[in-house]
Every structure is written in C-alpha cells, then in structure tokens.
Design a protein around this ligand. Structure first.
Ligand code: ADP
Ligand code: MG
Ligand code: ZN
Length: 476
C-alpha cells in the first residue's frame, strides 16, 4: 500500500524584547547563571506579573504578517505542570483565546507554491534551563525563565519533510523581516515540536499522530520526520498500529524513543490567570502594528522572479535577507541603475565580503545610495569593473563616497583617446616580436591589450585600448 504522511508543527520563537514577559529582568541570552532573575521570574510567593506591552505588539505583528485574525481582547491562562525549570509550577500561556487565529503561511517547494494554515499564535513565557553537570548534579538556570515566546501551531497541512523545512525557513525569514526574533538557532531562538501521522494515499481521515520533541535545527527536523514516517510505515506494514505518544528525537543516534504514552498524558488544568487583567489591542494600535510590516519574503521572491527575471536561487538568496532585499529595492527605486546590475553586485561581491568577514550588511557602512553611485561610475566608464571591486571594499569600511574613494586611490579610468593612443604606439614600438608575429598572421591582440593595460597602470579603458590597438595594427 502507498501511504501519505501528515505533519503539523508547533513552532516556538523567542521574541527579541529587551526585558522578560512579566518582569523587568533582561531577556538577553548568555549571561552568568541566574543573574537575570527577580522574585517574579523565580516564582516567589506574592510576586505579581505585569505584562510587557512589546510582547503583545510582536505577537500581533506575526499574526498580521501571516493573515491571522487578531483577537483584540484576549487573556492569559495558567498551564499547570511541575518541573524544576518552572518554579511557579505553572506556565503563563494562553488557552482558549489566543492573540491570533486562523492564519496562512505561503512558501515554495521545488517551484510549487504551497500553503500551510496556522491554527493559532499565542504568547507565553519560556521555562528555565536545567544544566546537567557531571560532578555536582543538576543546576537550574532561571535566566531563560520568563523570556517571551510566541507559539505558532499549524493545521496538519504539511505532507513531507521538504515541505516542513520550507515552512520553517519561511517562518524564520518572516520573523527576521519583522525584526521580532534574533533567529539564532544555536541559541535556541526557534524550536519546534513535530506531529506526524500516516494514512493510506487518497484517504481524507487523519491517522493517529506521534509528537516528537527535542528537535533543535531545521535539518534535524527533516531527519526526525523522515525517520518517523518510515517507523510508522514499517510498523503498520508489519501488522502493528501506531500509538498516540510523545517521542524524543536523538539527532546523534538518528532515532527516537518513547517519552510518554497517551495514558500518562498531562492534564494542564488551564484557568485564567487571576493575577493578570485582559489584554486589549485597540484599533489605532493594531493599525500602527500593521503599518510596520514590510513587504514579506515570498512576495519579494515572486517579484524578483517575475519582474527581474531572476533564477529561483538568485531570488531566494536576495529575498531571504531583509537587508539585501531592501538594498536591491532601494537601488532599483533610484531609477539610476538596472535592478539586475544591483542584484548582481549584491549576490556576488557584496555577499562574498559579508561571508568572508562574517558581518551583517546592516553593520557595514555600505548603503544603497553608495552602491548606486558605484554602479553609475562603472556604467559611465569613469572606473573599470575591476576598480569597482576595490572601491566596494572601501565602501563597506569607510564613510567616504564612491567618488572620494576613486579619487583617493587614483582609480579613475583613462578613456582619453589621445593619452591611450600614445600608450598603444609606445607598446607597439617596444614589442617588435609581437608585431612580427602579427604580420605572420598570429593572434597577438590579447597579449598587446594586456601590455597596454599594464602600461596604463590598469587605468586604461579596455574598450578604447581595443579600438585604438586594432586601428594601429591595421595600419602596419
Ligand atoms: P496538543 O494540544 O495536544 O499539542 P493539537 O490538537 O493542538 O494537540 O495539535 C498539535 C499539532 O498536531 C498541530 O500542529 C496539529 O496540526 C497537529 N496534528 C493534529 N492531528 C494530527 C495528525 N493526525 N497528524 C499529524 N499532525 C496532527
Ligand atoms: Mg502540543
Ligand atoms: Zn525577573
């Protein structure tokens, strides 16, 4: 029998607010153990939470960007469970009225456009971290306790690990476009739980699902999904049935093992948090949030494909980075350069510099205006393409304009025909052998152009050199 996989994801993203969700402790990653803590986030009796307004703002922003309905009146609920990384013994989350519902995320898989619906997005607090030390036992670090999260729950719309990966990549680029999450996978800024079931191909009914936890990377998600689909098919083919359970993925051993079965499923005893009041987002605030949302990655991707004729790879590389895409769009909007020329510079030399130096585009001195000026200097023949590469490196690192750099480095291209003619004649006089070869019918143009370039210290305009050299050789 042929089977179809059905996958639903629960994605957690840490919001990049300065302070935690219910207290004023710093939410920054990487501080000394238990230095970002206070009575609220360590669950001291009597300490009262106060909601961080920025969390509501960011959660609603993600909801609007994914076409969700925003519940302008929502609330916080207690999700009760005991675990040492959660000192209150409950997590403040949202239950029946999440801030966002019924969204859609669009993405491309092998050239085909797909949609995965979002059931909801809610905000909640992160738990602390257990550090298992070899000698001293286990230590609890509460720095992460109370760091704001949004949880995005999909409908079971994904059908393969490839679709899940593209969905996750799209969530990531969207979060980074919205500037609400730092997206540092290695710091756990985006994490996901994966639900997998199988069903006979053509069937509309959902099969029994298995939930997988402990997936830390998108490539790990692909491996975990492929493993679980195969495990379920093998089980069913062998006459068994899939049990509803939670399994832990081990990305080193490349397999998963049972964590808990349906029988010991938890009852979280949700109830409205009596320490917090309802959250209201008025129309004006909602409109302000909406106005902050830039054109999103998939839309830019389509525009670059359709309007600029870019390849899927080029359009993807540009639209994946908000900074690069914005630089391209600003350069195109200047009307002074061809969009494709700007795109080529960004994809090649700009990207290479950023890779080599491990810098973010925003952290360099390059702006779209500077890039446009540089391309114009090349287009007008003022400098050569090669000199342009030298100028670009300076544009990243100094506040000078392209013109100032050209001046300082003496890179101006010589196009003056009189000056170039004397170089050409000089080169011909000094290269008797090449001239003899030319008369004997050999092709020596490349060599002679090289000599002229050298004599002009690289500043001679190659087109003018070619033209005048050809004319002089004709005369011989
Ligand atoms: P819970 O609250 O127990 O985590 P939900 O019903 O909220 O359960 O579902 C969680 C996730 O599981 C959602 O992303 C949903 O799309 C997915 N899911 C639900 N049923 C299935 C199924 N049969 N196969 C695959 N995924 C599923
Ligand atoms: Mg769940
Ligand atoms: Zn605190």
């Amino acid at each position: 029998m042929k089977y179809e996989a059905v996958i639903g994801l629960e994605v957690h993203a840490e919001l990049s607010t300065k302070s935690k969700i219910y207290c004023s402790c710093s939410a920054k990653f990487g501080a000394g153990i238990n230095t970002h803590t206070c009575p609220v986030c360590t669950g001291m009796p009597g300490a009262l939470p106060v909601l961080n307004r920025q969390v509501v703002h960011y959660a609603a922003k993600m909801g609007l960007a994914t076409g969700c309905t925003i519940n302008q009146l929502c609330k916080a609920d207690r999700k009760n469970y005991f675990y040492p990384d959660l000192p209150k013994a409950y997590q403040i989350s949202q239950f029946d009225v999440p801030i966002c519902e019924n969204g859609e995320v669009w993405f491309y898989v092998n050239g085909e456009k797909k949609c995965c619906r979002l059931e909801r997005i809610h905000f909640e607090e992160d738990a602390g971290k257990l550090l298992h030390e070899e000698i001293d036992g286990t230590v609890v670090d509460f720095n992460r306790c109370g760091v704001p999260l949004i949880e995005m729950v999909t409908r079971p719309d994904l059908r393969s690990s490839a679709e899940a990966k593209e969905f996750l990549e799209t969530i990531k680029t969207t979060l980074s476009y919205l500037d609400i999450c730092d997206c540092k996978m290695e710091e756990g800024s985006i994490r996901c739980d994966i639900n997998v079931s199988i069903r006979p191909e053509g069937s509309e009914e959902l099969g029994t699902r298995v939930e997988m936890k402990n997936v830390n990377t998108f490539s790990g998600a692909v491996r975990a999904i492929d493993y679980e689909i195969k495990r379920q098919i093998d089980l069913v083919e062998a006459g068994g049935t899939v049990q509803q359970e939670t399994r832990r993925w081990d990305d080193v051993k490349m397999k998963n093992t049972v964590m808990r079965t349906k029988e010991d499923a938890q009852d979280y005893r949700y109830f409205p948090d009596p320490d917090l009041i309802a959250v209201e987002i008025d129309d004006a605030w909602l409109e302000k949030i909406r106005s902050e949302i830039p054109e999103l990655p998939v839309s830019r991707y389509e525009r670059y494909r359709n309007e600029y004729g870019m390849t899927a790879m080029e359009a993807r590389q540009l639209s994946d980075s908000f900074a690069k895409a914005t630089m391209l769009d600003e350069a195109a909007a200047s009307g002074k350069v061809k969009p494709k020329a700007a795109a080529n510079w960004i994809l090649s030399d700009v990207s290479k510099y950023l890779n080599d130096t491990e810098k973010e585009l925003e952290a360099t001195a390059l702006t779209s205006e500077k890039l446009v000026d540089l391309i114009c200097l090349i287009d007008s023949g003022t400098i050569s393409g090669n000199a342009g590469k030298k100028v670009l490196v300076q544009l990243f690192e100094t506040d000078e304009s392209a013109e100032q750099i050209v001046e300082r480095l003496g890179l101006k291209q010589v196009s003056d025909e009189g000056a170039i003619l004397s170089i050409v004649q000089d080169v011909l006089a000094k290269n008797e052998k090449a001239v003899a070869d030319f008369k004997a019918g050999k092709n020596v143009t490349g060599f002679l152009v090289g000599q002229c370039m050298k004599a002009s210290k690289g500043q001679g305009n190659p087109q003018v050199i070619n033209k005048l050299l050809a004319a002089e050789l004709q005369k011989l």
